[in-house]
Design a protein around this ligand. Structure first.
Ligand code: IVH
Length: 681
């Protein structure tokens, strides 16, 4: 390439990268995949190496991506918060090693520490005399945003160190720690499902969800999200006993009470590093966070510091990137799901493609605005990503390869399930089907009602729910309690035994607790936690169904939106009718009010183990009865166990409990304890 062309290309690349930095760091809404971004960065770096005279000091390769938003106060970092260079193959790891070995022969004497590269939001945490003072984002690497109140809500962040007062190690007067805050992948889909249910915008990936949660102006919103944290480096240690190696750093942080990546490993040679990186790659789905690689660090921190920087990247560490889980394929159609609250969600129907060993033919498209914003068209080549175990998602179209035959997509005007007109609430992204008799909604509702966290009706899974809805036997939730043996025997695949078992578990579910019933009836915004709070506050459905918005808002966690949704739900005729019918079936549980209980948690601190089959309770029911009274259940008997609840055909646990002197409760004794509100014996 000649100089003139190279200069133009470099400028274009720089502009493009800056634009994507802005979308990623500030808007939390990237439009290209990480690997596409890496490719742009790579091309720019290569051109800069070839034409050093064209390299500008403002080049994005010289800065950490990101910027400081005006929403928050600025915080200056004690030293630049830098990023890392990448190695995309074992060969590139070896090349890195040889490069630094040339700079210093001492590299040969240092071991390496490998840690997962956590895909979250970098945070810088300041402590003075053991007290958490200040927490900031990375920002532009020099200055970050002060998000202290939000970080205080993160459960795993120690507000005081040492967390264990008996800790014997050194405590620095001033300590600044770097870590990564992240959104647990397991919670990510739940969050998106909840947001979608409320007609709110969903997040593209867990990283953006973490960033969104931590960059809220109201820290109560952060507190609602299950943000977690892992710390991996010390930026300032003012006092004796500063760690000299990365391995010591992890141990020292852990000793002080910081969460550290437990899956870190140490290796003596670069071959060991490569071997371990491969093992790690095969386990990447088992981590609670999203990760796209490992960070390989020289263990000797003094040596690492002496090696200095290449651009913005420290030489003493490198990120080894796993094989990309981003691929492109053709979008053949857009399907639409109807959720249990009537929200319509689009999904991509794809030409099957393999990502990381899994064949994918469907992926989420978030919501209809997303399709518009990214200008995704039918027939487009689209980029897909699979992260952790979460459902794959579409990142966006590859616009360069369009043929002109792609078609723009319009959101449906009618519900694909019941053909009733679709409505869009003002200010919301979601489209709704508001027909309460919509068959797809019924199926989702019933599936949720019967699920383990709600009425726990064993044997009533999605297949049978669909059968019941299609046959017309069940038109609303209460119809389940009218089912007869004859009804079920008329369905395909049902013999006497299966039908009777289902009827038995339906009958057993009539004794479920109020929180479970409240979870199950599907009031928008009322999940397990909220249901438990409402039950504790009101004690029964009579009090709750007539509660005013103002009264509801006195409960912690109930804002105007949820308050409104609850009042609205109870005011609808079909819902009132449903409650009346449930009541006639004897399903009208009561919960003693919190203050009416003898102690608020009579079984607090008591640990239960259950073995064998109970007659009147499923495992879930027994567990939730114990938990409602403040007790805990675990799976195995130990010295700490207080009670072993024994049903028919108990396992080896009974013998072990006997030898440890654990109190044994048979079912009648257990039932008595629960029904008396937790009095033993
Ligand atoms: S070490 C100079 N260790 O990944 C030290 N970084 O591209 C450089 N990250 O934003 C950081 N997990 O914040 C390090 N175990 C880990 C990490 C980690 C995630 C982040 C880091 C940076 C990015 C590097």
């Amino acid at each position: 390439m000649e100089l003139k062309n190279a200069a133009a290309r470099m400028q274009a690349l720089a502009r493009e990268i800056l634009h994507h930095d802005y979308r990623y760091y500030i808007l939390n809404s990237p439009v290209i995949s990480d690997s596409e971004y890496d490719r742009l960065m790579r091309e720019l770096k290569e051109l800069e190496e070839k034409f050093p005279e064209l390299k500008s000091p403002e080049s994005p390769t010289q800065r950490v991506g990101g910027a400081v938003s005006e929403k928050f106060a600025r915080v200056s970092h004690p030293q630049p918060v830098l990023s890392l260079g990448n190695a995309f193959s074992p060969e590139e790891l070896v090349a890195w090693y040889e490069r630094i070995l040339k700079l210093s022969a001492e590299v040969r004497t240092s071991s390496f520490v490998m840690e997962p590269k956590i895909d979250g939001l970098t945070v810088i945490l300041h402590y003075a005399d053991g007290v958490f003072q200040l927490g900031a984002t990375r920002g532009d690497g020099t200055q970050g945003e002060d998000i202290t109140p939000n970080l205080r809500t993160v459960r795993s962040l120690p507000l005081r160190i040492p967390a264990d007062p008996k800790h014997a190690g050194a405590l620095p007067r001033r300590l600044v720690v770097r870590g990564e805050a992240f959104f647990p992948v397991a919670e990510f889909e739940k969050l998106n499902a909840r947001l979608a249910q409320h007609g709110e915008k969903t997040y593209v990936n867990p990283r953006n969800a973490a960033s969104g949660a931590l960059r809220q102006l109201d820290s109560r919103l952060t507190a609602d999200r299950p943000i977690d944290l892992l710390c991996y480096s010390v930026m300032v240690w003012d006092g004796d006993g500063a760690p000299q190696t990365q391995w010591e750093t992890l141990a020292a942080l852990k000793g002080l009470g910081f969460p550290v990546p437990v899956m870190a490993e140490r290796a003596e040679s670069i071959d060991g590093v490569i071997r371990f990186c491969k093992v790690f790659e095969s386990k990447r789905d088992s981590f609670p966070f999203e990760t796209d690689g490992m960070v390989v660090k020289l263990d000797n921190l003094r040596l690492a510091a002496e090696l200095g920087y290449a651009g913005k990247d420290p030489r003493g560490a490198i990120a080894y990137k796993f094989a990309s889980r981003e691929v492109s394929t053709t979008l053949t159609a857009i399907g639409v799901n109807v959720g249990r609250t009537g929200v319509l969600t689009p999904y991509a129907v794809l030409e099957p493609v393999s990502i990381g060993g899994v064949t994918v033919s469907r992926a989420t498209l978030h919501n209809f605005d997303f399709i518009q914003e990214r200008d995704i068209r039918l027939g487009d080549r689209v980029m897909l990503k699979r992260a952790g175990d979460v459902i794959p998602y579409v990142i966006g179209p590859v616009a360069d390869v369009r043929t002109g035959r792609e078609k723009r997509y319009e959101p449906p005007a009618k519900c694909p399930s019941c053909q009733e007109p679709v409505r869009r609430a003002e200010g919301e992204v979601a489209y709704y089907c508001i027909n309460s008799g919509c068959p797809d909604q019924l199926v989702r509702n019933l599936e949720h009602f019967a699920s383990r966290s709600a009425m726990d009706i064993e044997g009533l899974g999605i297949k049978i729910v669909e059968q019941l809805a299609q046959s017309g036997l069940v038109k609303d939730l209460a119809d389940v309690y009218d089912l007869t043996l004859k009804d079920l025997l008329g369905l395909e695949g049902f013999k006497e035994k299966k039908a009777q078992n289902l009827l038995d578990s339906i009958a057993a579910s009539k004794r479920q607790t109020l929180p479970r019933l409240l979870t199950g009836i599907g009031i928008p915004g009322v999940g397990e936690v909220m249901a438990a709070d409402l039950a504790a506050e009101f004690g029964n459905l009579d009090a709750l169904k007539d509660a005013s918005r103002e009264r509801l808002q006195q409960i912690e966690g109930v804002g105007p939106n949820i308050g409104e949704a609850i009042v609205d739900w109870f005011s609808r005729k079909p819902n009132r009718r449903l409650l009346d019918r449930l009541r006639r079936h004897g399903i009208w549980p009561e919960l003693a009010r919190k203050e009416a209980l003898p102690g608020s948690n009579p079984l607090a601190g008591k640990i239960f183990v259950i073995t064998g089959t109970l007659q009147k309770y499923s495992r879930e029911q027994a567990k939730s009865s114990i938990e409602l009274l403040g007790g805990k259940t675990t799976d195995s008997v130990s010295k700490k166990t207080d009670y072993l609840v024994v049903g028919a055909d108990p396992g080896a646990k009974l013998q072990k409990a006997g030898s440890l002197g654990v109190t044994i409760l048979d079912e009648p004794a257990f039932e008595k304890m629960i029904s008396s509100g937790g009095k033993p014996g």
